[in-house]
Design a protein around this ligand. Sequence first.
Ligand code: MCA
Ligand code: AMP
Length: 488
Amino acid sequence: MTRLLPALTDTPDRPALRFGDRALTYGELAGAASPLAGRIAGAGRVAVWATPTLETAVGVVAALLAGAAAVPVNPKSGDRELGHIVRDSAPDAVLAAPDAELPPALAGLPRIDIDVPASAGPVDAASLPVEPTDPEAPAFVVYTSGTTGPPKGAVLPRRAVSSTLDALQDAWRWTADDTLVHGLPLFHVHGLILGVIGPLRRGGEVRHLGRFSTEGVTRELSTGATMLFGVPTMYHRIAEALPTDPELAKALSSARLLVSGSAALPVHDHERISSATGQRVVERYGMTETLMNTSVRADGEPRPGTVGVPLPGVELRLAEDDGVTEVTGAGPEAVGEIQVRGPNLFLHYLNRPDATEAAFAPGGWFRTGDVAVRDADGYVRIIGRKATDLIKSGGYKIGAGEIENALLEHPAVKEAAVTGAPDPDLGEQVVAWIVPADAAHPPTQEDLANHVAARLSPHKRPRTVHYLEALPRNDMGKILKRSLTPNG
Ligand code: MCA
Ligand code: AMP
């Protein structure tokens, strides 16, 4: 495996990318990315200011061509989060759209503008940069939250990217004739690796909505798009809109494949969508560290409430609480932590050998922390997760500890605990429990939300704040999060 994206030179006239009214064929993409790759040749890692734009896609393709690991950065990252990512990943440069204003945390890095000329290319194969031949060479460093501390950078090798995308080709019958539409952010695996590099590896087209809307989905699926990717919040919003939006129902009915992932899609939303459109949403299950593990197959039996079966090449087992004994049998009693092994796995967490070691069980099994059961025919049902301090909100993974630390830096906060609460739209929402420094003058909810958004990211902000006189603690002083219920 050398070329990750053979269509760059094999099918130069076919459409590759469309963001709003700007589009590139494969030839034009090669023409824009190839000189940029030349400019970053020799770099170990490059940060990519990952706005939902054509420039981000071109920048990432250039990094892949140059053999530099791309570190996609959330352009809404607050100063604390961004400072950590820049220090930890130590990129050689930052790639950004020419009109992007970069915050001070990135000011110390050489900036390379991602120029997308109105017409460039095609480029013949011999003139493209020589990509790394080592399948273990890092392709991406993607930051992901843990229960405590700042986010960890998962180092993803080229073979993880190619193997996961090729397994999805098989599971979803994904071809160059597919046009994918989505409005996912481009700084996570879902929107970037699956949602941009996925179609480019197949030689098909991706149309990005800039931001998700049911109108955008309707427009693109009515004008040639064949596949939709989204997080459950997006499918929930679709399900809510369907009863009063016949055009949306018609557009979805015409799609070849609707895929949901990043969190569980409630059965109720599955049912509302299938009764209004005749389509079954296909769920797949993955993780930043493992890329994709399982999926309902396009040619398989849809089974709402499950994430399907292991993808080709992925080994999956359920492990007992000791983390090593395999759970045998099937059915609701055979519960265990999902552990996976295969070419889809990351290499390690950047600068965190301790966390990398803790993430693996003997034999190279990666501990996902997700708890599941299996149907007799192997379909996996995720029923929970081991860590209560991880929250999935809108498909984003959010660590409670990271938000607690940020809240404790607010001068009006004496003590803080963070939990997740069920939310019909976001799946879970971030809830903060605060002991104010001065009970007579507690900080407002808006103040605390802005404080967290400015330091970490807007999606990590608490959506609900409860004020307490003291946090419930056990004799050891540990916060009893299970006692933190609105009526408790
Ligand atoms: C709101 N905003 C603020 C504040 N409040 N900004 C600063 N300070 C504040 N206090 C801004 C936000 O930045 C945003 O701006 C806008 O207001 C709305 O924000 P929010 O309310 O958070 O948006 P939402 O409508 O609730 O978002 C729902 C969503 C989003 C669109 C579904 O959660 C989303 O895109 N989720 C996708 C997550 C994802 O891709 N996960 C993949 C990771 P603006 O309007 O400008 O944006 S998981 C993964 O990759 C694995 C491998 C997997 O399995 O897929
Ligand atoms: P992240 O670390 O942000 O990549 O998120 C990975 C986590 O998202 C997994 O460990 C699961 O908890 C969750 N996840 C992803 N896809 C699904 C799905 N289809 N159903 C349930 N949970 C999912």
